[in-house]
Write a new protein. Sequence first.
Length: 177
Amino acid sequence: MDGMSSRGRVIVIGSTNRPDAIDPAFRRTGRFDREIEIKAPDSKGRLDTLRIHTRKMQLAKDVSLEKLAEMCHGFVGADLQGLANEAGMHAVARQRISEDKDNYVNMNVNNNINYSTKRNNNKIDDITITMEDFMYAIKTIKPSAMRQIAPVQTSDVRLEDVGIPENIKQEVRDSIE
């Protein structure tokens, strides 16, 4: 961006999910010198997002979006969309298996197999998504905000052993929690 002549009110915005991998030169004044961190949503934000991504779905009475929002710590909007989609796909598969069980085989006298189907010609819109479908989906979708957490080596030094003011220690405790 150095050496560019003024183009008026042009703003360049970059985005990453790996801020630790950004070259410090990009963070120099005159380049990407402002950073806005957008954290993973809290439980209320996850609930709002789940409502958006499930609003066109036919949910069974046992589905508790509130419970799902509590369970999905570390999920971002795309993860919650993936969760809803995966639950929907599981419901479709479940419906398909149910229909296959309704199929029956008739044998005629020559032992030729005649497959007959008792299908209801269900449409995708008729499929109801259950809490069981969501519980299946939650096992397959991994939260984006938690993917970068790796095992950490710890030290025997306790926070009480460090010579910093008590209010700073409390801020550290709060940050960790």
